[in-house]
Design a protein. Structure first.
Length: 317
């Protein structure tokens, strides 16, 4: 099943009855949504049907679904499972300190799942899908870093502590007494706790509007650095290559891994490791890609990180 998007339709999107070449990731989760292991592989995907956001919302809200949707019972069951998984992933994200800052600004077609103010209603189809995409992207980032492969990371620095402290002075009139755990360093858990203390919807809306400008916009880097809002040590995106050039570049690295990756130190070693599975993490002590290809990718990513970040800021503005 795929989600219909009038802008992206036909641009490499999944269409009912059509085979599409793809890169797939399989996440193995425990009962609480923790990722136990994962594997990546090139695949061929054929969608059975395509639904709009409104049609999916009707299923998720348990309201009257569109009678024209084929296999409605099967779709309802699948979306129920999807909602459960996404809710578990959201719980894990918040458990490590991540947060959502609601924004009055709309989300554009080119918006990303880690944009400030993206996930405002956790029960919408877009929000549920974003939780799964974040988990998948985080897994890919950990894989690229564990294998020592070049990557175009999406990073977000912590907000300036002074800016946050000045903002907190303004919320005293809201009846909130907020303070970070450490006055000279802001952690994701601080922002999360601030928002949790704003119980009244209007108070939370005002607090969110004050906190949002203190959050630095995410940008690209060829060097792995943390992503503040997602509370992750590294993060990449790979799920929308038709929309985002960074995702295309990540898929370029993964394709090189599949096609040219060395799964053993030398030809004398009888058994190699599975480079497409997270089980290989910690077992690799050799360069996986040919030296010239590795260098080319590193050089390309270092060159495009700055201009791509600038271009994205222009689009957002």
């Amino acid at each position: 099943m795929c989600i219909r998007d009038r802008v992206g339709a036909g641009l490499g999107s999944f269409l009912p009855g059509c085979d599409r070449a793809a890169l797939s990731i399989e996440l193995v989760l425990d009962s609480e949504g923790r990722c136990q292991r994962f594997s990546l592989q090139p695949s061929l995907v054929r969608a059975d049907l395509c639904l709009s956001h409104g049609q999916i919302a009707a299923f998720l809200d348990a309201s009257q679904p569109d009678p024209e949707v084929p296999q409605a019972g099967r779709v309802s069951e699948w979306l129920g499972h999807f909602k459960t998984i996404a809710t578990l992933l959201r719980g894990q994200r918040f458990g490590r300190g991540s947060f959502d800052v609601p924004s009055a600004k709309g989300r554009s077609f080119y918006g990303r799942e880690d944009d400030r103010g993206t996930i405002t209603d956790p029960l919408t189809a877009r929000a549920l899908l974003a939780e799964v995409m974040i988990a998948a992207n985080a897994a890919v980032a950990s894989h690229l870093r564990a294998l020592g492969l070049p990557a175009l990371y999406r990073v977000q620095a912590a907000p300036n502590a002074t800016d946050v402290q000045e903002t907190l002075k303004l919320v005293v009139n809201l009846g909130l007494d907020l303070a970070p755990a450490a006055p000279d360093m802001i952690e994701p858990q601080d922002i999360q706790q601030f928002l949790q203390q704003a119980i009244e919807p209007q108070t939370r809306k005002i607090l969110s509007s004050l906190l949002l400008p203190t959050l630095r916009p995410p940008h690209f880097s060829a060097t792995p650095r943390p992503h503040f809002a997602l509370a992750l040590e590294q993060y990449v995106t790979f799920n929308a290559p038709a929309r985002h050039y960074a995702d295309f570049l990540t898929q370029r690295v993964l394709t090189a891994l599949f096609d040219q990756g060395r799964d053993r130190r030398s030809a004398r070693v009888k058994e190699g490791v599975n480079l497409q599975d997270s089980a290989c993490h910690g077992a690799i002590t050799w360069a996986i890609l040919p030296a010239d290809l590795h260098q080319d990718l590193e050089t390309d990513f270092a060159l495009v990180a700055g201009p791509m970040s600038d271009r994205e800021r222009t689009i957002q503005d």
